[in-house]
Ligand binder design. Structure first.
Ligand SMILES: Nc1ncnc2c1ncn2[C@@H]1O[C@H](COP(=O)(O)OP(=O)(O)OP(=O)(O)O)[C@@H](O)[C@H]1O
Ligand SMILES: [Mg+2]
Length: 261
């Protein structure tokens, strides 16, 4: 019987990972060891993602999926290795610098909207770090033009939004900074099925039409892999299997371990 750990046996090499994102590489992680305090969670981890490509991380609880997003954004201790964007090293920049100067946004979830503030005020919070407040208004206006679900409620307190609309607001708030990379941790969590579909459609639009690079963690492996161009299966802080989303959906190990097949 194969368990989650024995799939580590023939882990993909970085040359295999590179092939999955060989065109117009946007963000790379090389040989990264990182964790919390002195505890190392990620071990010699590599990742490659091209501009306007989507990558989904799946794997068991505690595998280190969120820690990868945290490391990219600057929330972990990095012991060794490198993170680069368009060939420029960003390993040790703070989250504020990543957001403001590098164009990486981390989408906060778990009810991160402020319920008593209006939808518009919540959206403008996404630009709190900008030097010019007018820019936040301009971006918020574009977002309202695009999403009538938010526009129709712009002056109402965010607590009136449905679960799906709230998730849309959380994503939109990150867009105020016009990021090129979106880090998205479990966008489907806690949502009814009809809203899960909506959230993936929104992400799809952002990737295809606005050319955002998306790195996504998804507990719902099937949905995540159907959405993403490529996927990595993370086990104990290392990539055990990598492939296109379609290949992983067909992979018997992935099927048995993560798709309930
Ligand atoms: N802030 C933290 N401080 C200390 N340890 C942490 C912290 N966050 C996560 N860990 C530990 O790091 C390991 C990896 O956690 P991580 O959250 O990255 O896993 P995950 O793959 O996202 O899991 P899940 O599917 O449950 O979200 C776990 O052992 C966890 O206990
Ligand atoms: Mg997690």
């Amino acid at each position: 019987m194969t368990d989650q750990y024995s799939v580590l046996g023939d882990a993909p090499k970085d040359s295999d990972l590179k092939k999955l994102s060989s065109k117009d590489t946007h963000l790379t992680i090389s040989n990264l060891s990182a964790g919390y305090g002195k505890m190392e969670i990620l071990h010699n981890f590599d990742l490659f993602v091209s501009k306007a490509q989507s990558l989904c991380l799946i794997g068991p609880n505690g595998a280190g999926k969120s820690t990868i997003l945290h490391s990219i954004y600057g929330f972990t201790n990095i012991f060794s290795g490198k993170i680069q964007i368009d060939g420029k090293e960003i390993t040790n920049l703070s989250p504020a610098e990543k957001l403001k100067n590098v164009g990486i946004a981390y989408i906060l979830q778990d009810n991160s909207v402020f319920p008593d503030m209006t939808v518009e005020e919540n959206l403008l919070m996404g630009g709190y770090i900008k030097d010019k407040v007018e820019e936040s208004y301009e971006e918020a206006e574009k977002i309202f033009q695009k999403y009538d679900r938010l526009r129709n409620r712009r002056n109402q307190p965010a607590k009136v939004l449905s679960g799906g609309e709230r998730r849309l607001l959380e994503i939109s708030r990150a867009l105020v900074m016009k990021p090129s990379v979106l880090l998205v941790d479990e966008p489907s969590i806690g949502l009814e099925p009809r809203y899960i579909q909506m959230v993936f459609e929104i992400l799809h639009d952002l990737q295809k039409n606005e050319k955002k690079t998306i790195i996504l963690v998804e507990q719902n492996a099937k949905k995540g892999l159907e959405f993403a161009d490529i996927g990595y299966v993370l086990v104990s802080g290392q990539t055990a299997i990598a492939g296109t989303g379609d290949d992983l959906l067909k992979n018997p190990d992935v099927g048995r371990l993560f798709l309930g097949g």
